[in-house]
Design a binder for this molecule. Structure first.
Ligand code: ATP
Length: 358
């Protein structure tokens, strides 16, 4: 649906987009995720035609976007500040999208009703827009964009003005809406959780480049770089060294964990004899209770910090022979007391949960 071919964008001297190549498929929920200033909004705006590129190409449905004026593109944008007209009714706001449409008044009214029903605001047409909640306003903005039946809906941080509860609610609503209408959604967000929850695929961006483009599970389980691993969820890191690489199996010495073997797909860019870093997620470690056998490997350590969350407890455990503690998340179960600071423990881990970074 959308293709970026080596897209570069300069603002004066500043190189905001640095060789972006990616394809966004028709009908997918795609997110551009990254910290403030990484270029995600700029990239989104190149699709809408609000931003020229310095070199490369943006293709929309196979056509070079430069041939299509912004107002003729099969795209529509929903902004962070959703720009609802407070003095108009809900229906007038939604119908605003149709102002250049030649259809009859009755036809337009029917389309407004249809769009409002789509976003869960059936019967709200006569309400004054200023009398709506933040979540309802955002729905009006969505309805106004959807009424034009775009092939691609561009969403620039559309939920960031909402409080946490409403945001979570709207995330689910947006996923449902996307499935129902079947059009391509492209979301810009700096919220990793939001991207993981909503997207079919995510492009993680840093400093004008895509660091990794993958589905949420791959990004979480097999991040391609330390930056990606750090940006998405919590990752423990330990110093390591690659000992040998042979036939897709890689032997590494990991501080505290000793020598272990991992598969090639767990080690993007491993080079024998070079220092590296091993990463693993807090939930891939288990604190063993007395007498419990480790399914695979185990390492002794001491509890340094305990943070109780009700359903979960986060432990910082200093593994023997390791400079700094690792974070372990454990589900609390009846009959298993929360451990005290200072407790000696054994920590179970699995070589398959490790990721090795250069
Ligand atoms: P945020 O989440 O803060 O909006 P972003 O990832 O969307 O960040 P962009 O808005 O795409 O980032 O901006 C990328 C970089 O380009 C930033 O460093 C920004 O300061 C710069 N930039 C954006 N627009 C312009 C402009 N019109 N002129 C000059 N520099 C700009």
């Amino acid at each position: 649906m959308i293709e970026f071919r080596d897209v570069n964008k300069y603002y004066g001297e500043y190189h905001a987009l640095r060789g972006i190549s990616a394809t966004i498929r028709a009908g997918e929920f795609f997110s551009l995720l990254g910290p403030s200033g990484c270029g995600k909004t700029t990239l989104l705006r190149t699709i809408a035609g609000f931003e020229d590129i310095s070199s490369g190409a943006v293709l929309i449905d196979g056509r070079d976007a430069t041939e299509i004026p912004a107002n003729k593109r099969p795209t529509n944008m929903v902004f962070q500040s959703y720009a609802i007209f407070p003095h108009m009714s809900v229906a007038q706001n939604v119908a605003f999208g149709l102002r250049r449409d030649p259809g009859s008044k009755a036809e337009k009214a029917a389309r407004v009703e249809e769009a409002l029903a789509m976003v869960g605001l059936k019967g709200y047409g006569d309400r004054a827009a200023h009398a709506l909640s933040g979540g309802q306003r955002q729905r009006v903005a969505l309805a106004r964009a959807l009424i034009l039946k775009p092939k691609v809906l561009l969403l620039d941080e559309p939920l960031s003005a909402l409080d946490k509860k409403m945001r979570e609610h709207m995330q689910v609503e947006l996923i449902k809406l996307q499935r129902q209408v079947g059009i391509t959604f492209i979301l810009v967000t700096h919220d990793q959780e939001e991207a993981l929850v909503m997207s079919d695929r995510i492009a993680v961006m840093f400093e004008g480049r895509i660091a990794q483009l993958a589905d949420p599970e791959t990004l979480y389980r097999r991040p391609a770089t330390k930056d990606v691993a750090n940006f998405i969820g919590v990752m423990n890191f330990l110093p390591a060294e690659v000992v040998t690489e042979a036939a897709g199996r890689i032997a590494v010495d990991v501080q505290g964990l000793g020598r272990t073997e991992i598969a090639a797909d767990q080690a993007p860019g491993a080079v024998t004899g070079e220092p590296a870093t091993v990463g693993f997620r807090p939930e891939t470690l288990t604190i063993l209770y007395d007498g419990q056998a480790a399914p695979e490997r185990e390492t002794p350590g001491s509890v340094e910090e305990v943070v109780y969350y009700g359903d979960m407890t986060y432990y910082d455990v200093r593994l023997d022979g390791v400079d700094k503690p690792v974070r372990i998340s454990m589900r609390n179960t009846p009959g298993r007391p929360v451990l005290d600071i200072g407790t000696r423990t054994r920590v179970a881990w699995s070589p398959t949960a490790l990721v090795l970074f250069r």
